[in-house]
Design a protein around this ligand. Sequence first.
Ligand SMILES: [Zn+2]
Length: 314
Amino acid sequence: MKTMMDIEFHAARLPGREAAILGPSGCGNDVVEIQDLTIDVPSILVKITLEETDPRVSKVLTLLDQYGEERWVSRWDVYTEDELQSAPLLILGLTGATASGGQEYGTTYDTSPACPKCGTGTRQTSALNIDRSDLNEIAKFRVAGTTDGERLVLDVDVERLLAAGVTGALFWPVYAKSKGGDLEELRHQQIFIEHVMPPMSLKSSLNRTKACPDCGRGWYTHMMNEPIRFVYRGEDLANIQDFNLTSEWFGEPPHFCEPLNAVVQGPRHPWVLVTPKVMNLLRGKTKKEQKYQGCGFAPIWIEDDSHDKPYLMT
Ligand SMILES: [Zn+2]
């Protein structure tokens, strides 16, 4: 595993522009992306991508400090194939398309088992309806999703998953709803997952500052600019299925939105965790196939008494 960093800054005000940073820090074309966003005022956006441990990182940051130039830093993890294949579970993330869907489009839910404060535990009780205008985008990818966290899989992949006898999921039909109210069945189906994991270890990289005070399961968010790392203890994995949901639901509490002049509630949903068996069935084998895959995978981390820090299973 290696952790990568994106360092972004504006270069138009620098004497000698981006060369003032790139030259002295030794950053060549292979790690730099430059966008000229000039319309009226000169605007040059520079993105440097380096491994976190690369000595050029501190050189770049020191130079930006010297020029008093603001920077935006984000980090993400890149895993080896061995780490992916050895993981007990992997986060199934979306990289392609997300549609609008849910209650607004006629999908029904039962809130009786849910936390009255944050809504965690709300159960979907009908087939999922999505916005007809998102259909073309969804159709480009084998795996897609909705802004409410649902995961959709193309029919041919559903057949492969069922033939492989995957556990923990049912596959429900999905309909696109037009403005006029017509429903059209998609080639994608919804992965309907029942099994909920135990709560994560406190060592997971989660922002817990707004977590629901009533149930402790809702209103988690991700750490800004940090890689997503979910940590579980060995005993949490006793009952895992091929498809699982996190106990934690992610999303912001209701907040005032100035442009709308109203209190809005964003999407709230658990994350999906799958076994390498599912990953191998959903993953494109070639570069071309990977373009249409629509999803990515990151292993969970393990915590136990024999290690000081969470680690990856290999
Ligand atoms: Zn709650």
